[in-house]
Write a protein that binds this ligand. Structure first.
Ligand code: ATP
Length: 382
């Protein structure tokens, strides 16, 4: 297989779609430091299925997606395709008829990743199988990084043997041999398991034979039980039929009784209706009587109230009478005292009157004597 073309879009510093063609002969990519030459080698490794982020000179796999530059925003997806010429027959059998093989790898910033061979979706394992033994591949001598030639010349005999086997195209067969040996080992383990299962199954067959005999016997007994059940069922059927007839005649009797009861019930309903009507009237009368009783009660309460008031007045008046009795006694005593004082005073008055009478008589005598004296005087004066 020979490298024909590399198509890169959105990979590291390659934002726009870029095609790098490798015609027959020697090709060289030149440019100043940091212009992106090693990014082309990274793209080649990446599309051939490189999984080591370190080998791709990043910290995370998404570092291979264009992260933006001055004036150009980052993008979310990268895609790299490598086109190989199928010219030396080192390609696996299933791709023999193709003259060109295109391998594509796509990665989204979300982590979603896809592989395609000739635009058909495939697994990473299919990509590895394609390159195995062809001399190409992400970790073979086909890609030697800047300053890493020593890694091949100074490699250990085992690693060098790996490179030689890869160049000879036998690594694919070796890998297949390892895979086949592993499958053979798995098959042997499965065989041992199958033999174990076989032994177990034989033991189970014996048990199953015994169980089958028991099942046969059980089936015969079940058949007999079924026939006996059938006979019992017939007997029971006859019994039930007789019972049903008997119950039917009872039912008929009950139906007749039910009819009579229904008509009686009708009569009773009428009576009940009348009683209800009477009860309604009685209730009306009772409520009238109740309102009258209520009125009487109210009057009684009022009267009782009045009586209580009068009782209180009576008590008050009794107290007053009692009090006035005391006062009268006092007044009577006072009166008798006054009467005796009046008697005394009358006596004194009589005495004074007598004295006055005597004084008056004396006065009259004196007046008379005075009169006579005055007359004697006037006579004398005359
Ligand atoms: P040197 O000769 O020194 O090895 P070089 O020409 O091989 O340099 P690279 O190392 O391949 O250059 O490229 C480095 C350039 O790629 C840097 O300018 C870096 O900014 C740019 N670059 C790397 N990863 C990304 C990315 N994810 N998005 C945008 N630019 C990137």
């Amino acid at each position: 297989m020979k490298l024909k073309k590399l198509e890169v879009v959105g990979f590291k510093s390659f934002l726009d779609k870029t095609s790098i063609v490798f015609p027959p002969g020697i090709s060289a990519i030149v440019g100043p430091n940091g212009c992106g030459k090693s990014n082309i080698v990274d793209a080649l490794r990446w599309v051939m299925g490189e999984q080591s982020v370190k080998q791709l000179r990043g910290k995370a796999m998404e570092d291979v997606i264009f992260a933006g530059t001055n004036g150009r925003p980052p993008i979310n997806m990268t895609e790299v395709s490598v086109i190989l010429a199928n010219d030396n027959g080192s390609i696996p059998e299933e791709f023999k008829e193709y003259s060109e093989i295109m391998v594509t790898r796509r990665l989204f910033r979300s982590g979603e990743s896809n592989y395609f061979i000739n635009k058909q979706p495939c697994r990473l394992k299919d990509v590895h199988n394609l390159f195995m033994g062809s001399g190409m591949g992400a970790r073979t001598y086909a890609v030697i990084q800047q300053g890493k030639i020593g890694a091949i010349t100074d490699s250990s005999p085992e690693d060098r043997r790996m490179f030689i086997e890869e160049a000879a195209g036998i690594s694919r067969f070796k890998t297949r041999k390892i895979e086949t040996m592993r499958k053979l080992d798995d098959t042997n383990k499965n065989l041992v398991r199958v033999l174990d299962i076989l032994g177990e199954v034989k033991r189970q067959i014996e048990t199953l034979k015994r169980q089958a005999k028991k099942a046969e016997l059980s089936k015969k007994l079940q058949e007999r039980a079924r026939k006996l059940d059938l006979r019992i069922s017939f007997e029971e059927y006859d019994g039930f039929t007789r019972e049903i007839e008997r119950v039917n005649s009872i039912l008929q009797g009950l139906n007749d009784a039910d009819l009579q009861h229904t008509s009686k019930l009708q009569q009773l309903v009428t009576v009940v209706e009348e009683i209800k009507l009477k009860r309604l009237r009685k209730n009306e009368e009772i409520s009238l009587k109740k309102s009258e009783a209520f009125e009487v009660r109210r009057t009684i309460d009022k009267k009782e109230n009045d009586i209580a008031h009068m009782q209180k007045d009576l008590e008050r008046l009794t107290d007053e009478i009692h009090h006035l009795g005391g006062s009268r006694k006092e007044l009577e005593e006072k009166n008798s005292r006054i009467l005796s004082e009046m008697g005394q005073a009358r006596l004194e008055s009589d005495k004074i009157t007598t004295e006055m009478e005597s004084l008056k008589a004396s006065l009259r005598e004196k007046q008379l004597a005075s009169q006579q004296a005055r007359e004697a005087l006037s006579h004398l004066q005359a």
